[in-house]
Design a protein around this ligand. Structure first.
Ligand SMILES: [Zn+2]
Length: 506
């Protein structure tokens, strides 16, 4: 395989020795891996030489949480909290699943946008109801193989009726609407575990970089036996147990309504807080929840933009970090974020935590945000031995940025430029597993113009069908609005960490 030598670059390794302090040097890439980092490396015979002068080389960014199923809903919604938005982006009443070609293109588009913007690994919590279908999951895998990106892909599971996973729902939903949601018995735990085992056998590790991960949607949406079986399998296969916890205030009420305790305490009691556990959101956690999470060594995917778009709140990132929780950054789906750009999430994550209290020494720093976007994200994906930093022996997943550009002109501090100034426009080359997937302003793996042309031809008709589906599902809006209203008024049984303001009141 190709050897590549990047010469005389500014290297931001995010490794144990250098952290986010850049240093000058060369990087030798051989057989997909970083073979050497240091000054004046001798180019092997036949190596391609990349001039690194005025260039910054950094680890590829990790998108720790997204959903490819939302890719066609970019720029479609606003002004809705999660519980109402879900009716449109994840309708309760469904059409037939999206056709195979669009399914492929939808994931491909997500991977293309990610690579163009420096994301070399994405964690796709793929949601494809009503069935779990190996052939359809394989189509998503194929899109990521073809695009050249590294990915963890799930087949998101839930087996509890929506109305039993929300507080007040049975009470406030009229009988005729409840009848519309009678879809028969849910999937059994054995059936899902069998499906996951076949996914591990036939898809996991495709192209050496596309993996299967286990994703029970949320503790209130899955039975204990399903979640415990998922954890057992995730631990055995060393993959993430990827789930959503305490995103909204409604969910903060849910644990107490259903189990008399917070959803985190509930997970702890079921043995679901482990090193493998990756929690998307973690907005409405209490001090006690965060202690349990830190003690267990779980990870959190922090979706700073999505949490604002859906009015969910601000995750207590400083406290999570202090208690030993690993943080990664996620866009969440392209509907609740409207892009797949981690650089945007970095900027927002670098800014928003300054409003969590007057103790400015506790504000989240650019250095911390950069770690979340790289090595932290790799840990949330259980891939820290493969990617997330520039180290000899790791996969050559990296981004080369032009420092002769507005975000770096004039140059001060690499981490602060990357978090507060860069928006992806300085990216010159992107490499995944030693293969250059983006250079000279275009992807090398995909014909972008051809994909755009096909999307422009095929997607409008599908969106028209989706608009009709939105109309059918809008009958549930008053129900969700009432649940949201009641949850916003309900007293929270536990103190929720609300930042470090001197007067703490809920
Ligand atoms: Zn999500």
């Amino acid at each position: 395989m190709n050897k590549i030598l990047i010469r005389n670059a500014m290297i931001l390794a995010v490794d144990a020795a250098h952290g986010t302090q850049p240093f000058a040097g060369d990087i030798l890439v051989d057989n997909g891996l970083i073979a050497a980092i240091g000054p004046n490396l001798i180019p092997p015979d036949g190596a391609r030489i990349i001039d690194g002068r005025d260039r910054l080389v950094m680890p590829g960014l990790i998108n720790a949480h997204t959903h490819s199923s939302e890719t066609f809903f970019r720029g479609r919604y606003e002004g809705m909290p999660l519980e109402i938005w879900l009716l449109y982006a994840y309708p309760l009443l469904m059409n037939d699943p999206i056709g195979k070609r669009l399914l492929y293109l939808r994931s491909l588009l997500l991977a293309m946008e990610s690579l163009r913007n420096g994301v070399t690994t994405l964690c796709d919590d793929f949601f494809d109801p009503p069935a779990h279908d190996l052939d359809r999951l394989g189509t998503v895998f194929r899109a990521y193989e073809d695009a050249g990106i590294r990915a963890n892909v799930s087949s998101a599971a839930m087996n509890i009726h929506t109305l039993d996973a929300l507080p007040f729902a049975r009470e406030v939903t009229p009988a005729e609407l409840q009848n519309l949601l009678d879809f028969g018995p849910p999937m059994t735990t054995d059936a899902y575990v069998d499906f996951c085992k076949s996914a591990f056998d036939s898809l996991h590790g495709r192209a050496g970089r596309v993996n299967f991960m286990i994703a029970p949607s949320a503790p209130q949406r899955c039975t204990p036996d399903l979640m415990m079986a998922c954890m057992e399998l995730a631990v055995a296969k060393r993959v993430p147990f990827h789930t959503h916890v305490l995103e909204t205030r409604t969910q903060a009420i849910t644990g107490h309504e259903l189990h008399g305790k917070s959803l985190i305490a509930y997970m702890k009691d079921l043995g679901l807080l482990r090193r493998n556990t990756t929690i998307a959101h973690s907005v409405w956690v209490s001090d006690e929840d965060m202690s349990l999470m830190g003690d267990a060594g779980v990870s959190v995917a922090h979706n700073a933009i999505s949490n604002q778009k859906l009015g969910a709140g601000i995750a207590p990132v400083r406290r999570l970090l202090d208690l030993g929780v690993t943080l990664g950054l996620g866009t969440d789906g392209v509907s609740s974020n409207d892009t797949a750009r981690i650089f945007d999430v970095m900027r927002v994550a670098g800014l928003i935590h300054a409003v969590s209290g007057p103790d400015y020494e506790k504000w989240v720093t650019a250095d911390e945000v950069l770690r979340m976007a790289t090595i932290g994200g790799a840990k949330t994906a259980m891939l820290e031995h493969v990617t997330g930093s520039l180290e000899v022996g790791k996969s050559a997943d990296l981004v080369i940025l032009n420092l002769r550009s507005y975000p770096f002109m004039p140059f001060n501090d690499a981490a602060k430029h990357l978090v507060y100034s860069e928006n992806g426009s300085s990216i010159e080359k992107v490499m995944v597993a030693g293969r250059i997937v983006m250079e000279e302003g275009r992807l090398t793996t995909v014909d972008e113009a051809a994909v755009f042309a096909e999307l422009a031809e095929l997607v409008p008709a599908w969106l028209q069908e989706h608009a009709e589906l939105e109309r059918r599902n809008s009958v549930f809006v008053p129900v969700m609005a009432e649940i949201h209203r009641r949850a916003s008024l309900a007293e929270l049984p536990l103190y929720r960490y609300q930042g470090d303001f001197p007067s703490k009141s809920v």
